[in-house]
Design a protein. Structure first.
Length: 120
């Protein structure tokens, strides 16, 4: 019996999704990317979330969930934070804080050189 439970423990620890993966799934499922970007890099007036402090981001999400915002711009977030559980927030902020770009290999080199263009 002990061996069986050990087996299950091993099975679940190997196959259970990490907090990071759950956060990533949630981010896509809830379409957070439509404002905060596919790489959590932000766009326009929507802040970037990648590699920012977990504590700060969860503080903000919990405030939005409690329908608190400091300005009209932030009020937009209240709707999106409404149905997040504490666990969701924990997973999301783990994902943000530890964000790694796994599409890097396929991205363009978009560095922009201005040399040779002087005066034209
Ligand atoms: C319709 C656009 C929109 C969507 C969708 C959206 N957000 Fe936001 N988010 C905002 C805006 C606007 C702010 C506030 C920017 C400001 O402080 O001026 C914000 C702020 C935040 C902040 C606080 C960042 C900071 O710098 O204070 C977090 C964390 C966040 N959003 C997470 C999420 C998550 C998680 C989701 C998906 C469940 C999501 N957002 C979906 C627009 C959006």
């Amino acid at each position: 019996m002990r061996l069986v439970s050990l087996f299950f423990l091993l099975f679940f620890s190997l196959y259970a999704k990490s907090s990071y993966e759950k956060g990533k799934e949630l981010y896509n499922q809830k379409a957070c990317y439509s404002c905060h970007g596919h790489k959590a890099e932000g766009m326009h007036r929507y802040p970037y979330l990648a590699n920012r402090a977990k504590g700060y981001l969860s503080y903000k999400l919990k405030r939005f969930r409690a329908k608190q915002a400091d300005n009209q711009q932030q009020e937009m977030m209240i709707t999106f934070a409404q149905d997040l559980s504490d666990e969701d927030i924990d997973n999301l902020t783990t994902f943000f804080a530890n964000y790694k770009d796994d599409t890097q290999k396929e991205s363009y080199d978009d560095s922009f050189y201005t040399e040779g263009d002087g005066g034209s």
